[in-house]
Design a protein around this ligand. Structure first.
Ligand code: MG
Length: 265
């Protein structure tokens, strides 16, 4: 009888375990402040899937006042820890060389409008966070995720268009692997007084012409499985970084328009 009841308990748990295994993410991470979800919450609702329009702003020339960060020819505007950026340049794009390290712009920016385009490998490799992972690091600290999320479930706050570990995108507007995607990002730098953040950073993200974030508050520098928070003396300017997560993601047509108007008191 005892054996039989434990078998029944085991049988009744089975569907729950299977469901949990089907949902990428975590159930043991801390809760996000002001939200009812955990960091990388497996149970958080998935963003709706939207098929983007044909070719939103792709390949378009930079506006006249933009700082061109990559025109397809060289990595002269980029560095890794003061050394030349170690990524590959070919056919008008740069490509992550896995394990060579993340790269950053030499120049620092306050608030800005950023445009870039990226493509993930086709055929795809890996699942969830292991499929064409890279990222755009605003001020080198706050990650807007780059990930192949076409038919690739992952935890919502790790989906392409997310503020990693904080806010899922409003929609998953991923295109198939191998196609060029466009990111248009408006970043408002944090305001700091007496070493303390008095106004957090905010970001608006448009992926392939579809709004993914609308002036969302960034709660701190990116963290994995932990709640982000600002430290004392958070910088009010910083570089734009691109992440080496080990996957050969390509980038092209990168330009930035500084928005110094937002940085005035
Ligand atoms: Mg990433």
């Amino acid at each position: 009888m005892k054996l039989r009841s434990s078998l029944l308990v085991a049988a009744s748990l089975l569907p729950l375990i299977t469901m949990a295994a089907d949902k990428p993410g975590y159930t043991d991470t801390p809760q996000l402040p002001g939200q009812k979800w955990r960091v990388h919450d497996a149970d958080r609702p998935q963003p709706r899937i939207v098929t983007p329009g044909a070719s939103f702003s792709q390949g378009a020339p930079a506006p006249s006042d933009a700082v061109v960060l990559f025109d397809g020819k060289d990595l002269s505007k980029w560095t890794k820890d003061g050394e030349p950026a170690p990524w590959k340049v070919a056919n008008g794009y740069m490509e992550v060389v896995g394990k060579s390290g993340s790269i950053q712009t030499k120049e620092k920016f306050g608030s800005f409008q950023l445009h870039l385009e990226y493509a993930t490998p086709n055929p795809p490799h890996g699942d969830s966070q292991a499929r064409a992972n890279s990222g755009v690091f605003l001020h080198g600290l706050y990650e807007v995720q780059v990930l192949d999320c076409y038919n690739n479930p992952t935890y919502p706050d790790g989906t392409v268009g997310c503020i990693y570990g904080q806010w899922p995108p409003l929609a998953n507007a991923a295109k198939p692997p191998g196609e060029w995607h466009s990111y248009d990002i408006i970043f408002e730098a944090p305001k700091v007084e007496g070493g303390k953040v008095v106004t957090p950073a905010h970001v608006t993200v448009i992926l392939n012409g579809v709004v993914a974030q609308h002036r969302k508050e960034i709660i701190g520098p990116v963290r994995h499985r932990e709640v982000a928070s600002y430290e004392a003396n958070t910088p009010t300017t910083g570089p734009i970084g691109l992440q080496d997560h080990g996957d050969p993601v390509r980038f092209r047509n990168i330009w930035v328009r500084p928005l110094g108007e937002y940085d005035k008191p």
